[in-house]
Write a protein that binds this ligand. Structure first.
Ligand SMILES: Cc1cc2nc3c(=O)[nH]c(=O)nc-3n(C[C@H](O)[C@H](O)[C@H](O)COP(=O)(O)O)c2cc1C
Length: 199
């Protein structure tokens, strides 16, 4: 099933860009099919080629397939509002970042930034493959750290639900109503020449 509605019928860029940037959106409608290991490898391959400070590549991803042994542990980390629709995902991913440089142990001020870049690569690759990929902050970080045995030197950044597109009408009505790609602020609201002059 293709992503519905087609984001290109809803979103318009003010300047010419690759359609992929508009096509990626955070749908919640998935059909419960597993995501194959080879598809997941393609997503991590895209993440792999993200830029990072000193080529540190400090992102880490932990994942659970819906039909695998770790699914209940990952699923239980989610806030109830996210569990409602994530139960139809094929894979749940926890995004981590290493907080210190591997070569000298000093704090890395951009570990979160770099993990975000890798994550966006993953999300865009998923879009090209017709997969839903939905980042989430709504989960219990402290419990994730304990349950997944994440060392202190790693930040727990986000989770991502990945799956095959489903019928929006299978969602509870309040979530089905959200199945429309969102718009964006105009560029002038977030990019200015020179000094800070945002309101
Ligand atoms: C770091 C991050 C955390 C998010 N957390 C959640 C979440 O917990 N639950 C949810 O349904 N959506 C979550 N979202 C999705 C955002 O609401 C969504 O990206 C935003 O509304 C823009 O819409 P779009 O991704 O469809 O373009 C999150 C997105 C990001 C980047």
């Amino acid at each position: 099933m293709p992503l519905s509605p087609d984001p290109l019928s809803v979103r318009q860029a003010d300047h010419p860009i690759q359609p992929l940037f508009l096509q990626r959106w955070s749908s919640r409608a998935m059909n419960g099919q597993p995501v194959s290991a080879s598809d997941l490898a393609r997503l991590f391959e895209a993440a792999r080629w993200a830029p990072s400070t000193y080529n540190e590549q400090e992102w880490r991803f932990l994942y659970a397939h819906r039909d695998g042994p770790h699914w209940p542990t990952f699923f239980d980390l989610l806030m109830e509002a996210n569990q409602v629709w994530c139960r139809q995902a094929g894979v749940l991913v926890v995004v981590l970042s290493h907080k210190v440089f591997s070569r000298n142990g000093k704090p890395n001020p951009v570990h979160t930034f770099d993990a975000g870049l890798a994550t966006q690569n993953l999300l865009l690759q998923a879009t090209t493959m017709g997969l839903v990929s939905h980042p989430m902050a709504g989960f219990d970080r402290a419990r994730a750290r304990l349950a997944l045995k994440i060392p202190d030197a790693y930040e727990v950044e986000a989770m991502i639900a990945i799956g095959h597109p489903g019928d929006p009408s299978s969602l509870p009505p309040e979530l089905a109503a959200l199945e429309v790609p969102s718009g964006r602020k105009p560029i002038a609201d977030f990019a200015r020449e020179g000094l800070f002059q945002f309101s």
